[in-house]
Design a binder for this molecule. Structure first.
Ligand code: EPS
Length: 399
């Protein structure tokens, strides 16, 4: 049985983006409206460039679906590019002056060309539409088991919200986020972020920021400490660092752990029998500095991941660079781009993080059909609630 995985293909200005997803069980209802909604959100956010007015990203299912449900076959989705002109030399000319911060220089040398377009078409953040589609599809499975993801913008440049997200308030915050032009669940900070982006546009510059995602309802024990490649936090870090323009990733308290002693970092455990029906089985924490993972496994608290997006490398003012053909000093090339894509990146983070949780979920609860996955999930939760299954260590069985 294939494991849950995905691959993306397609150039920024080619005919389409194509996504292959393998390892979903049969019998899963696909919520196309939800996937398209996430694609539309990725296209939005204050500070986006002209491309998003041309595109209307929607997903088309090419394989692996019958009557709106998975059939366990490799599933392929396509997102057509309206701005498709890859071979048109006039509209898509070669680029010889690499942008510092972009893949242009390293890719051109790597593939032995001086035309940066050969690299940039694939390095472009347009590819993130594919990753959103894959993540949103995987969320159809997570939602069957009451797992939900919520992503938002924490900061743009120095305009940062201190809002704290909990299981109790995230739906309300989602409403505020959806009304925010920058996808920040804080009205006052949204206004500051818009002002920063407006100024960056005037300065012909770009700005980055912090984005955050929370995944709620994860049962204890997704991921594993037995092998470093199966640690969920490691997988999340890999997935997040794979998003275009990301330079750092943090789980929970993240790098702040370095500045605090143990008793202020680790989340005390208590048991509340009234809550044993929930995903955390009644093992409650009043703080979540661990970001929902300990030993690379979910601990019943929400999974919290934060990513740092650098400012986009395409600056209207240019950056000092060289012409790869003549080696003369030149300013870097400008292509239509965004002043700020942090809002879009929050949608990408939310969906790639959800995919990694779904991957770990299907590793623990594998099955050819959704019915079998559900049976496994229910059996595990039943056993976990029955603990201890054997006499606890130190207790000698009578007789
Ligand atoms: C993007 C599409 C791209 C850029 C941007 C994001 O389209 P185009 O290059 O045709 O304007 O707007 O890509 C980059 C930031 C980049 O570095 O390439 C998108 O769909 O998100």
């Amino acid at each position: 049985m294939p494991v849950l995985d995905y691959q993306t293909a397609g150039e920024s200005h080619g005919p389409a983006l194509v996504i292959t997803v393998t390892g979903l069980p049969a019998g899963l209802d696909i919520d196309v409206g939800f996937i398209n909604g996430e694609l539309a959100r990725r296209q939005g956010g204050y500070g986006r460039g002209g491309r998003q007015r041309i595109e209307q990203d929607t997903v088309e299912f090419l394989t692996g679906v019958r009557r709106g449900r998975t059939i366990a076959a490799p599933l392929t989705m396509a997102i057509r590019n309206n701005d498709s002109r890859l071979d048109d030399l006039e509209k898509t000319p070669p680029v010889y002056r690499p942008r510092p911060g972009h893949a242009d220089l390293a890719g051109s040398v790597k593939w032995l060309t001086t035309d940066c377009r050969e690299t940039l078409e694939r390095a472009s953040a347009r590819e993130t539409a594919s990753r959103v589609a894959a993540g949103a599809l995987a969320r159809c499975l997570l939602r069957e088991f009451n797992m939900e993801a919520f992503g938002f913008v924490r900061s743009i440049l120095d305009a940062q919200t201190g809002v704290s997200v909990t299981e109790a308030n995230w739906r309300e915050l989602r409403g505020i986020r959806d009304a925010s032009e920058t996808y920040c669940p804080d009205e006052a900070v949204t206004a500051k972020q818009c002002e920063i982006i407006r100024q960056a546009k005037i300065d012909k510059d770009t700005v980055g920021g912090l984005v955050e995602a929370h995944v709620f309802g994860c049962p204890i024990g997704l991921g594993s400490c037995m092998d470093w490649t199966t640690k969920l936090d490691a997988r999340l870090a890999y997935a997040v660092m794979g998003i275009q323009a990301f330079k750092a990733v943090e789980i929970g308290l993240g790098k702040e752990c370095a500045f605090l002693p143990g008793h202020k970092v680790h989340d005390p455990i208590r048991y509340d029998a009234k809550l044993r029906a929930s995903a955390h089985l009644g093992f409650v924490r009043d703080s979540n500095n661990a970001g929902g993972t300990e030993g690379g496994m979910t601990n019943g608290m929400p999974v919290v991941v934060r990513g740092t997006m650098k400012p986009i490398a395409t600056l209207l003012r240019g950056m000092p660079s060289v012409d790869l053909n003549t080696k003369e000093t030149q300013m870097s090339s400008y292509e239509r781009s965004d002043v700020c894509a942090v809002s879009a990146a929050s949608v990408v983070l939310e969906n790639v993080a959800a995919f990694e949780v779904a991957r770990a979920f299907t590793e623990k609860f594998s099955g050819d059909s959704l019915t079998e996955v559900r049976a496994q999930y229910d059996a595990y939760m039943r056993f976990a609630r029955m603990l201890p299954l054997e006499p606890p260590v130190g207790v000698i069985a009578k007789g």
